[in-house]
Structure formats: structure tokens, C-alpha cells
Design a protein around this ligand. Structure first.
Ligand code: Z5A
Length: 219
């Protein structure tokens, strides 16, 4: 109802490629929002601290093997573990800044090009999760990302996987709910320039949530 909508926080997701600056920008955005008097909490996926997160961490570090569908469902379950918490914080008026969410879930699994694991299949287990008020996709090509320190040792940190994932991310701009939720920001500029472009978007959302109720992801 309108009174709940008036006091709720916004749910803002930062998405992007490896090294695009998601963590850096979540930190800066938190600072700016807090300076303006907002209550803020941050969260990141995968959340490697939970039992499911521990299994995901083992997989990403190539310590364990898992079927593509099984690891996909674990990433989704890891979000479901936090769904009630996210709803609760938003209803208490907290701005939630989330470093990666179901967009990464869809895109990295589909980027494996397993014919039995389409983008649409990959989205299904996340239906019903809290829907973001805005998803900021920090766009950076693989060559630029590599200049920021080269890839590490984790499973998906390979040029081909990153390029497939980027193409799929950009394609989400034309897909259903994602097309209205996602905004693409060029992450190839200075930290300050990117932060300023993000703030322009977030300002609009902070205003909009005063009248728009929280929603869930639908099919
Ligand atoms: N994954 C999945 O498959 N399914 C899922 O459902 C989910 C995730 C949720 C681990 O993610 C993997 O999980 C990931 C997707 C998959 N695999 N890949 N690739 P993660 O979030 O734990 O790891 P990450 O994305 O690789 O984090 P990251 O490398 O830390 O990236 P970042 O947060 O975007 O970047 P950063 O730490 O802010 O910055 C990286 C460096 O660049 C750092 O030295 C900064 O100082 C520098 N930087 C930042 N901004 C700039 C600018 N503007 N200019 C120059 N340098 C900059």
C-alpha cells in the first residue's frame, strides 16, 4: 500500500564483467547515499559465507566439480537464502546495494554454451525473488578488464567465457523485465566519472521508490 511504499528503501543491483569496478562503485555509492542521510546495507553474490556459498566457492576455485545445472541451482539457492532478509531490510527503509544478482546467474551459466542450459532456463529458478528497482550494468570489454590486473585463477576468468558473458549481458537490455530495469554504463572511464554516471541513475530511483511498491521477479 501507499504508506509502505512511501517508507521503503530501494533495491539497487550492480552488475558487470570481472574487474568492471562493481565493488569499488558499491563502496562509493554507499558513501554518497549515507552522506545524504539514507540508511544503506550492502550484499554480494555469491555470498561465500553460507553453507551453499562454501560449495560455490569450492567450485569457482576448481576444488570440486559440478554439473552445469547443479552449480546453476546452487547460485540461485544462494540468492534465495537471502531473499527474506532483502525484503525485510527494504521494508525497514534500508537502501540495499547488491554486488551481482540473478543477471550474473543467467549470463554466466548460459555463457558455457551448454545446449541444455538456455538463458530462459537459467532465469526460471530465480522467479519470485525480490525484483531490483534498478540494475546498473558496468560495461567493460575483456581487453580493458585485463589491463586492470589480468585474470585470476577462478573458473570463469577466461577471455572466451568473459566475452560470451558480456554479449549475453548486453542482450538482456532487450528482454522483458530486464529491459526496463537495466541501465548500461560505460565502465571504461575514471572511477569518479563512472560514480557520477551511476549517481545520475540512482537519484531517479531514490525518488521513484517513494511511490512505487516493491515487486517480485515474474516469468
Ligand atoms: N557468478 C555466477 O556464475 N553465477 C551467479 O549467479 C553469480 C556469480 C552471482 C565470482 O564473482 C564469479 O561468480 C564470477 C561470476 C560468477 N565469475 N566471473 N568472472 P565475484 O563477484 O566474487 O568476482 P568478480 O566479479 O570477479 O569480482 P572482481 O574481480 O572483484 O570485480 P569488480 O568488483 O567488478 O571490480 P573491483 O574490485 O571494484 O575492481 C577491480 C580492479 O579494477 C581493482 O584493482 C580496482 O582498483 C580497479 N578499478 C576499478 N574501477 C576502475 C576504473 N574506473 N578505472 C581503472 N581501474 C579501476
Amino acid at each position: 500500500n501507499a504508506s509502505n511504499a512511501a517508507s521503503r528503501g530501494a533495491f539497487i543491483v550492480m552488475e558487470g564483467m570481472d574487474r568492471a569496478g562493481k565493488t569499488t562503485q558499491v563502496g562509493k555509492l554507499r558513501h554518497t547515499l549515507e552522506e545524504q542521510g539514507h540508511k544503506v546495507k550492502t550484499i554480494r553474490f555469491p555470498d561465500r559465507t553460507t553453507p551453499m556459498g562454501t560449495m560455490i566457492d569450492g567450485y569457482l576455485q576448481s576444488k570440486t566439480e559440478m554439473a552445469d545445472h547443479a552449480i546453476h541451482l546452487l547460485f540461485s539457492a544462494n540468492r534465495w537464502e537471502k531473499a527474506a532478509w532483502i525484503k525485510e531490510q527494504i521494508s525497514q527503509g534500508y537502501m540495499i546495494l547488491c554486488d551481482r544478482y540473478y543477471y550474473s546467474g543467467m549470463v554466466y551459466s548460459a555463457a558455457k554454451k551448454n545446449p541444455a542450459l538456455s538463458l530462459e532456463w537459467a532465469r526460471t529458478p530465480d522467479v519470485g525473488l525480490p525484483r531490483p528497482d534498478r540494475v546498473i550494468f558496468l560495461d567493460l570489454n575483456a581487453a580493458e578488464a585485463e589491463k586492470r590486473g589480468g585474470y585470476g585463477e577462478e573458473k570463469y576468468e577466461k577471455r572466451e567465457m568473459q566475452e560470451n558473458a558480456r554479449e549475453l549481458f548486453l542482450g538482456l537490455a532487450g528482454r522483458g523485465e530486464e529491459s526496463s530495469d537495466m541501465v548500461v554504463i560505460d565502465a571504461g572511464h575514471s572511477v569518479e566519472q563512472v560514480a557520477s554516471a551511476i549517481w545520475d541513475e540512482v537519484m531517479k530511483v531514490v525518488k521513484a521508490v517513494e511511490t512505487v511498491p516493491r515487486r517480485e521477479l515474474s516469468v
